[in-house]
Design a binder for this molecule. Sequence first.
Ligand code: ADP
Ligand code: MG
Length: 816
Amino acid sequence: MSETLLDVEERQDELAFPATLPVLPLKDTVVFPESVTPLAIGQERSIKLVEDVVSGDRMLALVTVKNPEEEQPGWDDLYTVGTGAVIHKMIKVPDGTLRILVQGVKRIGLDRPVQDDPYLVGEFVELPDEVKDTPEVEALTRNVQNLFGRVIGLVPYLPEELQIAAANVDDPSALCNLVASTLRLKTEEKQRLLELTNVEERLRQISAILNRELEVFELGSKIQSQVQEEMEKGQREFFLRQQLKAIQDELGEGDADQAEVNELRSRLDELELPEDARKAAERELARLEKLPSAAAEHGVIRTYLDWLVSLPWSKTTEDNLDLQHARQVLDEDHFDLEKVKERILEHLAVSKLKNDLSGPILCFVGPPGVGKTSLGQSIGRALGRKFARLSVGGVRDEAEIRGHRRTYIGAMPGTIIRTLRDAESINPVMLIDEIDKMGADFRGDPASAMLEVLDPEQNKNFRDHYLDLPFDLSKVLFICTANTLDTIPTPLLDRMDVIQLSGYTEDEKFGIAKRYLLPKQLEAHGLDEDRVKVTDKALRRIIREYTREAGVRNLERRLADVLRKAARQIAEGKTRAKTLRVDERRLRSWLGPRRFEGEVRKRTSDPGVATGLAFTAVGGDVLFIEATAYPGKGRLTITGQLGDVMQESAQTALSWVRAHADQLGVDPTWFQENDVHVHVPAGAVPKDGPSAGITMATAIASLVLGQPVSDDVGMTGEITLTGQVLPIGGVREKVLAAERAGLKRVILPRDNEPDLEELPPETKRELTFVPVDTIDQVLDAALEQTGRTNDRQDERQVNLKVASSRSHARVSPPGS
Ligand SMILES: Nc1ncnc2c1ncn2[C@@H]1O[C@H](COP(=O)(O)OP(=O)(O)O)[C@@H](O)[C@H]1O
Ligand SMILES: [Mg+2]
């Protein structure tokens, strides 16, 4: 823009009224006194007017046009109140138009038009402001100053410097002019303010306007900042999404999110979900859709939904309730176990009649390796149901059963729901293994959660913490297994139909091995009977010399050991025979020296050690009780982690022997000079119960008499102070343990004689049973019968001497 600058002198003071002034019509603006305003002049008659004014006294009247549309406004189109002004500067723009800078001087009113051409000229009178110096005006002035200050702070188009100007303008009318000229108001509004002669009124109106403006601006800025925020957020998210999309595209996973949601939705649609679950799924799906996949919450919801869709909400298998078929399956999988199979079939028959399998829960109790788990599996197979095994041994935390709430990091459903998912059916046979080994601690009581699971009243709406939805467990057929009933909480036990399984005899094991385990293991090793033949003698040897257990678990392992070696020989081409024979000789070289042999003989070679028979969670077992003595005052020390009952048994045994010293032929002073120590080895295993009573008495008697206990005898029985022998439990398991240990005779309470009838025939053949009523009879049978039948007294006197010397010899008192 090339410009011509024309400076003019300031001559506003010379303005005298009434005066004749050329009229410059203003469109869309009002010029107030004291304000300096730039104006663009484009109309030809206005250009002429300005040029004339500038070359004259530079004074003119600025009057606003009522209707800005009017091209050539005449007198009627103008307001009658305007501003007398002086042109300060004029710039000629090359396109022929002008820019002028005018300063308002005074408010003026049109008195009468003077001329129309070439531009309007009129006669004007001054309109002086009416100001009263009242407190109201003062207050209003301050108020306007204050409000205006705030408006300047808010409004972007007002420069901050105005603050200072506003603060320094004390004159009410000057203030009004400043505010009115700087604010962006409607032209009519400005005109109205200009026309107000009364300054107080003008202040009031300006206050109102300022208040209104403030409100609008505050609201506006609030909206603005919200919009800004939204926009920033939106932009940020948009930006991130674009980036993510670019990354996904790069990885070939474009639109994976939506595809994921769609897939979940279609999987959900295919499922027959209960109402609650459906609602929860919809809700979570909606949340998932809204969340960007990078959000942590996204993964959590995704996992939850994955769980929902993977559960068998309504998937069932059809039951086969044909008892004939069930019998067949049970026989196919298990040797003998007649009574157990009968019980199972009875249980299934009742369920069939009631058309409800959720009745009492079967619980198999017995030592390890007797087929509890595999029976459960067979039942599943017989019924044509899926089978799921769930081990709760060692579970102490309720959350393991019932899951963690979703608020936990890495939360998962509990083992019940997890197992059901794996079973892929809502009505599997679920075997809860080792329910007797479930513990409880500060993390809650898993047993009570289990109770809820097993209770047909409650399990229709089982609530897992993670799912947080009711899940129907009522169609599951639960079967429990345990080694012992002692540690199962009573409320759980009450719900159960207990089936006892006992250990196997050697013959039974042989049968199981030959008919079931061996074929199974041959197949597992890719062999068959034509390639490898394990002789019957070798099989018996494995049972007798390489395992000692109630069940057949280790037997199966040893067989696997043997077959692995056989497979290797065949694979390496080391055998030329068509069939590899595994006989006793080969067994020895493959399995190494026998593991269990002659233990009883070794242990009982010295006086003071007696062989007891115990019934534990792992079945029957032999238990050695040792007694020794050293100089003292007749005190008793007991070690080996014995329970209270067993400790009392030891006391009773000692008291009886002491009380009957005379009769036994022991010098009564022996007890005043010696202390007795009774120990039951395998100290890490807690032991309790009264049935070791006669064994303890025998060990002590053997010690004081110096006579070893026979190495072919095992015993069990409770003892009273008067020497009576009381009946005990677990006879079958104990007898089987005696057989396994290679014993020949079993001493047991006479009252237990009926239990013997239950024993397998070959066991009855193998062993001699010595029923007893009193401890006397026990000692007669147990202590080595070196001619004791004749002159007892003498024998014992002799023995006593041996006993004293030997017992002293065995102990080295401290310092000796
Ligand atoms: N009576 C039996 N007939 C055939 N196999 C048996 C018999 N008892 C146990 N077994 C086998 O012995 C192994 C161990 O049995 P398992 O069921 O695990 O015992 P448990 O659960 O009582 O500890 C399994 O391979 C099982 O099939
Ligand atoms: Mg098991």
